[in-house]
Write a new protein. Structure first.
Lengths: 415, 321
């Protein structure tokens, strides 16, 4: 056994995030860690890598008990990690991020040329053609994700941990990543893989461990498992097989028959997005597809006024709609869940309740505060409807699990 | 060849310095002599040294308000020890640097261990160091020691009769050492990482505690070194000296193109920040009719200009990216 975890426990104020969890990882296997949002997956990972200090339990790597007190210690032990929040530094270059902590040195000083060469080598095999001297902050989230993965892979002498690495990758990038992972598996590494995409889990992994409310409920061989049983493990109750597949809106399938809601005409900004048209109908979900760098994020940002459009006009049934700034867009009834939740989406130090009422309050104007009772009702309502796992509405959003933070961003715009 | 956008503020600083120098030169051709250059470096040596430490602190997203008081303490410490003991000045210098470095390290440790904002901790350090200076003496203490006098009069002659003094050389060396430390070592990478975000830095494997202690220790060291240079420059120790120098140093760092919130900037830029401020002073001296308060006004305007410039550049690069 490469890595074994026995009776690991970890509590936060108000939550028992991990309760007596056992987990084993063999050399040469990909082990999926599954569970609902807030089940404790990221916490387990952070205890393994020294980002959190565990309350109780034992971790054994290669037969020797380990107790990493910091992530650098875990890295030195051969554990490479991609955390759920892509954790790299936007103010450093791609090369600096990739080689951070292992910079090639000459005469004790960092050798910039060797550093760039090393970074290029680390990135080769990911099909990414970028200048490694660029600031990471100017790269898209997907590129950052790949850089984070490349860094973790290079650091992982024994164990590679990937916490939802595929969340912002497209299908081709995911295939690329999987090839890399399979390669590492063949080399005898142990890989922990967290994902909410069950297809990916069945495609890639050898075994599955399911967590629910901080406890381990099952560990099974992936091939012996069917999808329904897996979901039942995760949810903790039986699933009515037919229910979730039923089409929800059989009547309104045809876009042309719906009423038109909003029409963007020739919306664009020089050097960002060429002018485009888009019509949105009532009750419609529109997907914006495209390759990396095609301008998906930028188009969305234009529509919400994060970047002010330079050309185009937007109309609804009542005439022109102005959305040059997020403030105007909010007033016009737009909502926006940004690509990068951590920096753009949530206000980490405010409570769940405060985050949820933020947009609503902005629409009402600050002179008409929402009464506290109303705020609490709203928060309770969305916590229930979106199933946000939190000990209470006053918990700081930054302390929620990643998925639950995302739900809070959504709740804000639904409220 | 395209220029990395990160270099823009640095290039802007150097550009402004060159333009300012050209303007001065057109009005007073004498300003383009090595004498003026030598004086410029000598007069601002203590500021340049302390600004190097401040740059590293600010790059890490911190601030050190104690340095002005530490410089005053250093001067008094040296003067009193040389007056009351038979210690050699070099021994006194070594003792002093030990004290100020430990003082900085202690502040760094408190900042890290108790999670107190650097602003508060170093504000306390500012009062503490100033108080300690007063405890040693309340008067201005002249320094009279043959070795000290030798240091004061040490210089290299530059072509054109300009004098490159010892303290100017110390300042240039401090800048070079600071630049290497910040940009070419793993410690420096950790400094930038902290400036980019403490949580992220921790997850990337930065030893946050050790790095924070190191950063403020460096600042304490440069403040002590600056104190030594200041005592050589003035030939005395005075507890009321260099009030507000920490703010001048911060201004030099920002004019030098380092972003006040940390994570981006260059030590070399700070040298130019210091020189620009010195140049304004020199211009006022040359002019003769202007009040020295103009220095403050121009520095205030420059500071504002630079912050606006940085914002503008950021927007420009964001639009291009
Ligand atoms: N720093 C923290 N402070 C307080 N509570 C926390 C903290 N980090 C996590 N928690 C709590 O611990 C529980 C488990 O969170 P964790 O992040 O491990 O979930 P997860 O399984 O990774 O979920 P997701 O799929 O949403 O990422 C959650 O209830 C969360 O609110
Ligand atoms: Mg998680």
């Amino acid at each position: 056994m490469l890595l074994s975890v026995r009776s690991l426990s970890k509590s936060f104020p108000g939550t028992k995030a991990l309760d007596d969890v056992d987990f084993t990882l063999r050399a040469g296997e990909v082990h999926a860690l599954l569970g609902e949002n807030g089940a404790g997956k990221s916490t387990l990972i952070k205890c393994l890598t020294g980002a959190y200090r565990r309350d109780a339990g034992e971790i054994v790597l290669d037969g020797a008990p380990i107790s990493p007190a910091s992530t650098s210690e875990a890295q030195a032990l051969g554990i490479g990690t991609v955390y759920q929040e892509v954790n790299l530094l936007p103010n450093l270059t791609v090369a600096q991020n990739l080689t951070f902590g292992r910079e090639p040195r000459r005469f004790g000083l960092v050798d910039g040329r060797a550093q760039r060469r090393m970074a290029q080598e680390m990135l080769s095999g990911y099909g990414l053609d970028i200048d490694v001297g660029r600031d990471l902050g100017t790269c898209s989230v997907a590129v950052r994700q790949i850089v984070a993965i490349a860094r973790a892979v290079a650091l992982s002498g024994k164990v590679l941990i990937l916490d939802e690495p595929t969340a912002s990758l497209d299908a081709a990038e995911v295939r690329l990543l999987f090839d890399v992972v399979r390669d590492l598996r063949a080399k005898g590494l142990g890989i922990v893989f967290v994902s909410h995409f069950l297809d990916q889990v069945f495609d890639l992994t050898d075994r599955v461990t399911v967590l629910r409310n901080g406890r381990r409920v099952a560990t099974e061989v992936t091939a012996d498992l069917d999808r329904l049983r897996l979901i039942e493990h995760m949810l903790g109750h039986e699933l009515d097989a037919g229910k979730s597949d039923a089409p929800r809106d059989p009547a309104g399938a045809d876009a042309d028959t719906r009423t038109e809601l909003l029409r963007f005409r020739e919306l664009g900004r020089r050097g960002v997005v060429e002018p485009f048209d888009l019509t949105v109908h009532r009750g419609e979900v529109i997907g914006l597809a495209g390759l990396l760098g095609a301008g998906r994020t930028e188009s969305a940002e234009l529509m919400f006024g994060v970047r002010t459009p330079q050309t185009g006009r937007t109309t609804d049934a009542h005439g022109p709609v102005s959305h040059a700034t997020p403030r105007e867009a909010i007033a016009a009834g737009f909502g926006f869940a940004p690509e990068d939740r951590k920096t753009d989406g949530i206000v980490a130090d405010l409570s769940v309740r405060e985050n949820i009422v933020l947009a609503l309050q902005a629409r009402r104007g600050w002179t008409r505060p929402i009464p506290r009772a109303e705020q609490e009702r709203l928060a309770a309502d969305y916590i229930r409807r979106l199933d946000i796992r939190t000990s209470d509405a006053e918990k700081a959003v930054g302390d929620l699990s990643g998925g639950n933070q995302q739900k809070v961003v959504l709740a804000r715009w639904l409220a | 060849m395209s220029v990395n956008p990160r270099l823009y503020p640095l290039l802007a600083t150097i550009g402004i310095f060159c333009v300012a120098y050209a303007i001065c030169w057109m009005q007073f051709p004498a300003m383009l002599s090595t004498r003026v250059v030598g004086n410029l470096l000598t007069d601002n040596a203590y500021l340049g040294i302390v600004a190097v430490g401040m740059t590293i602190v600010i790059l890490s997203g911190g601030i050190d308000l104690s340095v002005g008081s530490v410089i005053a303490f250093s001067g008094v410490f040296i003067a009193v020890l040389l007056r009351d003991t038979a210690l050699h000045p070099l021994v006194v210098f070594a003792l002093l640097l030990g004290v100020t470095t430990a003082f900085g390290a202690a502040m760094g440790w408190i900042i890290h261990a108790f999670g107190v904002p650097a602003f508060i901790v170093t504000l306390a350090g500012m009062f503490l160091a100033r108080g300690a200076a007063y405890m040693l003496t309340i008067d201005s203490v002249p320094i009279a020691h043959p070795f000290f006098e030798a240091l004061q009069s040490a210089y290299w002659l530059m072509p054109g009769k300009g004098r490159l003094t010892l303290i100017a050389v110390v300042m240039l060396l401090a800048v070079a050492a600071g630049a290497v430390l910040a940009h070419r070592t793993r410690f420096g990478a950790g400094v930038f990482a902290l400036g980019g975000g403490v949580q992220t830095a921790r997850l990337m494997g930065v030893r946050v505690g050790a790095t924070t202690v190191g950063i403020y220790a460096v600042s304490g060291f440069t403040a002590g070194l600056s104190g030594i240079v200041f005592s050589i420059y003035t030939g005395s120790g005075y507890p009321l000296a260099t009030v507000g120098t920490e703010l001048t140093a911060i201004a030099a760092v920002v004019i030098g193109g380092t972003i006040l919130t940390g994570g981006a900037g260059y030590v070399a830029g700070t040298l130019f920040g210091v020189l620009i401020m010195g140049l304004i002073q020199t211009y006022i001296v040359f002019d003769g009719s202007l009040s020295s308060w103009w220095t403050k006004i121009v520095i205030g305007l420059l500071l504002l200009l630079f912050i606006l410039l940085q914002k503008g550049l950021l927007r420009l690069t964001a639009a291009r990216a």
